[in-house]
Design a protein around this ligand. Structure first.
Ligand SMILES: [Zn+2]
Length: 547
């Protein structure tokens, strides 16, 4: 006998054999008991949970020659033909590959003729949401006035894509995602029948990897049996399914908590040498932190979709963690997961972010450090960070033009002070003369002033024309030079006396020139925080920008 995949070999043959969908099974059985079978059903739900299997059982129950109480005998000609997809009266159509109007017109032709051997002609249309709109419309005509010998069973993973006019003509049943326990129950039936020995951990692993789908669980089991034979142990299961053992996540979590960089890199090396997928590792670790977080919140761990052993392990581990740290780790990992696709050097990126997690731990002291640093660099920065305990890993940047070079060229002030603030204060204190000129006035006359400077030397006026008067305080006029002309600033500074004399002549006030370079990248005065490079950096390393 040829090999049959487990999912097919052990496909449930009666309603009672269907696992995890009791609410549907009971309704269908009742319908048979009361002889109230609808002419059209819609089975919706995730993949691999028994929609088409239930549809076939329904078709058999309708057409079984022995029983009419909703329990197909499985022996009669109709039952066996339907089970093996050989029935002339039960037609399974894949909506994904027969989605056009021609197929549905063809179907409408077939609908006209009565069944050959069975009581009902049953059309099972899988993935019905894939049908085109004209096909839907054609189908609708049939559904409006169905001949009494016709039954429709539609299956779909996306019921929201089905038009309301179709939905309203069907009896709808929503299949549930299968629980881990239900999947294990299903696996146990198969394992017993196949006489396979398997450890509890393997079963748990398969069930949780199947993600609610019995079909997926059985195909994983197929794969493992093909390799390991009739005796299966957890090591084989893990390596065959390429699953990263939960132990590794616990180890990595611990070294992050202990801030042991060397051990962390060793463990990451293991991830790479064992050939695990990086994105699976990242999502697994993120899941690990989430599990810890749930365990921190709810010690009963019932929310965790895990085996009892693992649940216990998480509850034991949870008290070692601060839930705020876990949340932040998770944020970083979720972001890393998103960025992984864009990164060429996945390993380097992974290691960088993971090392960053190690650094994240003392978030408060890091913030203090940033506050202290920003305080000494610029007094403005600290004002914009009112809540340091909630921030970490920030990338500091300034979007306002700040003095890069801030020197005075006047003879008496040659030993210019470093601190611009105290400079201003000094300025105010010595402001004994009446300035009698406003910044607006200077701006208004700017072009004229430049032309006057030009009379002394053309290059100087050209250089000056790149600048803009930005502040006037006391007698100090600040002229901001765009970054791309920064090399001309020196020339301007050397000749500032000349400019001052010209200005005094024209304005009647002895202003002192201060040339500063704008920190902005170019003359368009682009906000550096919006710059693609900055955004990319912030994205990649999960920082925020403090202005
Ligand atoms: Zn039968």
């Amino acid at each position: 006998m040829s090999y049959q995949v487990l999912a097919r070999k052990y496909r449930p043959e009666t309603f009672d054999e269907v696992i995890g969908q009791d609410h549907i099974v009971q309704t269908l059985k009742n319908a048979f008991a009361r002889d109230r079978i609808s002419h059209a059903y819609l089975f919706s739900g995730p993949r691999g949970v028994g929609k088409t299997t239930t549809a076939r059982i329904l078709a058999k129950a309708l057409n079984c020659l022995e029983n009419s109480d909703g329990t197909p005998c499985g022996e009669c000609r109709n039952c066996t033909e339907i089970s093996t997809s050989r029935s002339m009266d039960v037609l399974e159509i894949d909506g994904a590959s027969n989605r056009g109007i021609d197929e549905i017109r063809n179907l409408r032709e077939v609908v006209k003729y009565p069944p050959i051997n069975a009581k009902y002609k049953v059309f099972i249309i899988d993935e019905v949401h894939m049908l085109t709109t004209p096909a839907f419309n054609a189908l609708l005509k049939t559904l409006e006035e169905p001949p009494p010998h016709i039954k429709f069973i539609f299956a779909t993973t996306e019921p929201n894509k089905i038009t309301p006019t179709i939905l309203s003509r069907c009896q709808r049943h929503d299949f549930h995602r299968m629980s881990i326990d239900d999947i294990i129950k299903g696996l146990d039936n198969v394992l017993q029948a196949e006489k396979i020995e398997i450890d509890e951990k393997s079963k748990q692993t398969i069930a949780s990897q199947a993600d609610g789908s019995m079909r997926d669980a059985l195909s994983m089991l197929d794969q493992i049996i093909a390799f390991a034979g009739s005796k299966i142990e957890i090591e084989q299961t893990l390596s065959l399914l390429g699953i990263i053992p939960s132990e590794l996540y616990f180890q990595i979590g611990n070294v992050i908590r202990e801030r042991n960089r060397v051990k962390l890199l060793e463990l990451l090396h293991k991830v790479f040498t064992q050939g695990y997928s990086v994105s699976e590792f990242v999502s697994g670790l993120s899941r690990h932190f989430l599990n810890l977080l749930i365990s921190c919140t709810d010690s009963s761990s019932e929310l965790l979709e895990l085996s009892t052993d693992l649940q216990k392990k998480y509850s034991e581990e949870a008290p070692n963690w601060d839930s705020r740290d876990l949340l932040r780790y998770n944020d970083q990992l979720v972001e890393m997961e998103r960025n992984l696709k864009l990164v060429q050097q996945q390993r380097i990126y992974l290691e960088t972010v993971m090392l960053k997690l190690v650094e994240l731990d003392p978030s408060v002291s890091l913030d203090e450090l940033i506050t202290r640093l920003s305080g000494s660099v610029s007094k403005h920065s600290s004002d914009n960070n009112p809540n340091p305990s909630q921030t970490f890993g920030k990338v500091e940047s300034k979007s306002d033009p700040a003095p890069v070079v801030n020197e005075k060229k006047s003879e008496e002030d040659n030993n210019a002070e470093e601190n611009p603030k105290s400079e201003e204060e000094t300025e105010e204190n010595t402001d004994d003369e009446n300035t009698a000129v406003s910044l607006d006035h200077v701006i208004e006359k700017w072009d004229y002033l430049i032309s006057k400077v030009g009379e002394n030397g053309t290059s100087l006026s050209t250089f000056l024309s790149h600048g803009k008067p930005t502040t006037l305080k006391g007698k100090k006029l600040v002229i901001t030079i765009p970054r791309k002309y920064r090399f001309q600033t020196d020339v301007l500074k050397k000749n500032s006396r000349k400019i001052e004399i010209t200005f005094e002549k024209e304005l009647g006030v002895n202003l002192r020139m201060n040339f500063i370079v704008s920190e902005k990248k170019d003359s368009e005065q682009e906000d550096i925080t919006k710059h693609p490079v900055t955004e990319r950096m912030v994205d990649l390393f999960g920082g925020e920008i403090i202005k």
